[in-house]
Every structure is written in structure tokens, then in C-alpha cells.
Ligand binder design. Sequence first.
Ligand SMILES: *Cc1c(COP(=O)(O)O)cnc(C)c1O
Length: 460
Amino acid sequence: MTLVESAPTSAVTGGPSLPQERRLVTAIPGPKSIELMSRKTEAVAAGVGATIPIFTAAAGGGVVVDVDGNSLIDLGSGIAVTGVGNSNPRVVVAVAEQLERFTHTCFTVAPYDSYVEVAEALNRLTPGDFTKRSALFNSGAEAVENAVKIARHYTRKQAVVAFDHAYHGRTNLTMGLTAKNQPYKNGFGPFAPEIYRAPLSYPFRDGGLDGVEAAERAILQIEKQIGVENLAALIIEPIQGEGGFIVPADGFLPTLLAWTRANGVVFIADEVQTGFGRTGQWFASDAEGVVPDIIVTAKGIAGGLPLSAVTGRAEIMDAAQVGGLGGTYAGSPIACAAALATIDAYENDGLIERAAAIGEVLLGRLGELAASDPRIGDVRGRGAMVAIELVDPATGAPDAALTGRVAGAAHKAGVIVLTCGTYGNVIRFLPPLTIGDDLLLEGLGVIADALAADAGAVAA
Ligand SMILES: *Cc1c(COP(=O)(O)O)cnc(C)c1O
């Protein structure tokens, strides 16, 4: 960490030109952030939270610089969005060019080629070598809703299965699909009908059930409680995001997939968080050769601009009537320009390999930490998507309080880190793929120090 005397006062430029360092010039939050936070409280609805109480001035590479001039290590990527880094130069140029040409026509009124080019790229990059189609939207939740619409229309069935610990969004249909009540669902019902929940494979808490056995347990429950003749689709995150970075045991996903194929059920992979290089492959489904019928992408696909997509088998995707899919801003030309530049960056700047290398650093360092700290019950994940689950070493019970204290201490020490999990006891690491190893290891060192200090404080 560098300590400097005073905060830079001139406007800072974001992107990779930012000094790649952790630098604290005030307490976190500093006076300007505190001032803005009180304006937020006065102006913004209370339900819109903030993980870390700083306000952003610039970001790039592996850092976020706040309005007080503090430079924080970014281990969250704005929730797995800025895989290519904030203000990635390719994205900045492409968006600026598009802004000068036109900002909006509505694709379903007067189409433009960049939307088609994004669809072509998604059809090419997603698993499966059959004919595909894509449709673009704005948010992950909106794309998930459309995937369900499409699957229902194609199958002429209504029931949808989601899994324990699932997170699919905050709109009405996706709240129904999401498992966790607080904070996502509490008080917001009633939820959409014909949504059912099945048990997941959660190796750390499954008592030795293997992936195939866990899938058979889910399938039996689905067949007995819903019936395949009513089931339109099964939706699953290949590695769960908000639910706790749960990696199902090997065989779980392929067994479910084979069962959906045999029973006329559409398999929807929600790769909103895992997609786009995050796990060291283009998609998390690729790890076990899972080829979903429909794949949903968002977060990482457009370098920080709002864009999402539904990609799938042509016969499924083409089932809906003309005019049944779309939206005023869906597939905005600005977001499409950003997506094409983002895909360029993934394909030409070695970022997917970088995600795999980041995974080795994360799993290596966190594994070392876990070996000497029984409060770390589990280290799991793939590529630049890794988490630790914190527990009471005596009972294995989730320790959400410790998790909150460690994340809070990391924030104060200049590291942006996110928590997750049904039990609130998981710290997840989602660095931008443009972060350097030094900064990444420094960030993990801060987590290690926070864990050690907490143990000392509790012992004292
Ligand atoms: C974030 C997320 C969503 C929702 O995306 P939004 O853009 O926030 O609507 C859906 N599914 C998964 C797996 C996610 O991580």
C-alpha cells in the first residue's frame, strides 16, 4: 500500500491508466463519501443499498478510486460485470464511435447491424454446434424472464423448476425463481405461479451425496411433485452466484441435462454471473460439456454497459410470435457496440486464460489459508470466481457474523469484496480479469489479516 499526503484533486482518468495500487488517504469512508452518502439517504429509496460506503470517481485495471482519492483493490468487478476492466480502451473507443453515429432507433422499429453481429457472436460462442438464435435485452432478470417465456411457448407447458439457493433476479417472475427471502423477496409477493423448487447438489453440505445421486434426488422430487407433462423448463446456474458460489458435484448437471432431453423439458442455463470467461472458459457449462437448450447471459458481456441475451436452439427460440419478444431499449446500439468490443477483448487479449490463471492464484492462496484456519470450512469455485465459506469450526454452522466483520474490515482497509450465500457466510472473489497478481495477492493478504485480527479480537 502507498500512503500519499493528499488526495489527487484534479479529475482522474479511469481505465488502465490509473495507478494500480491500494492507497488510503482518508479513513473509509472519507469526508466526501460521507457527504454524498447523506445526500443518497435523502434522495434515494432506502431499499437501494450500498455494499461499501464510498462513492466512485474512477476505476480501471484492478482498482476503484473514490471521491476522496482513496484507491481500493477491486475484488468484485461491480458483481462480475467488468471482466475486461473498467473503461476498457476497446469499449471506450467503440462506445464513443457509436454515440456519434446514433444513440437509439429501437431495434424492433429500425434495426442496426451491431445487434445482429452480437447475436451472431453469441450463437458462435455458446456451447452446442446446432443452429441457434439470440434475442437481446437490458438486464439479467429481463433475459431470464424471456427465457422462461420462450420455453413455455415452445413446450406449451407452464411449470418451471428452479433450485435451492438459486438467484435469478428481482423482477416478479425472477423473484419467484430466486430462493432467498431476505432481502430479495420479503414483502414483495405474491409471486408468479407454476414455479417449483428442487434440491441442489451442494457438496460441502450434502453429506457425501455425489453429483449423480443429487440429480436423481432432484429428478424424483420433480417427477412426483410436478410431473414432466407439466414441466416447461428447468433453470439452473451451473455455478451459483448470489446463492454462495456453490459448485455442484461432477455429474449433477449432465444427469439433469440428459433427463430433460429424454422428457421434453427445456434446459436453461443461467450464466449471467458465470458467463463470458469468468470461470476460465467461455461458459461454466463448458467444464462438463453441458450443452443447454437455452443459455442466458448478461453481467460480463458488454464491459459495464447494460445488455443481456437469450441464446438457444433455433426451433425453440423461433417459437414465439413476431412482436412477442423485444423492448424499447433491448439491445441498445451503445450496449451492442460495447459488447462487440468486449468480445474482441476476450478473444484477443488473453482474458480467458487470465481468468484461469487468477483462479490458480485464488484457489492456491485461499487453500493455504484454509489449511491453517478451521473457520474456513470450504474453498470452492473455478477461474476468477472463487469463494470461502466461513463456519463455526466446532459445529460447521454458518458464521454470518464473522463473514460480515471480515468483509467490513477489508472495506476499511481498501479492498472491495462481496459476500453471498443463503446463510450470508460466504466471501466471494470476482476480480476484474485485468487485475495484476501483485494487487490480487495484496487483496487476499488483507482478507487474511482481517481473519487473523478477528480471531485475536475474539480470543482477547
Ligand atoms: C445478477 C444475476 C441475475 C440478475 O441480473 P440483473 O442484471 O441484476 O437483473 C440473474 N441471474 C444470475 C445468476 C445473476 O447473477
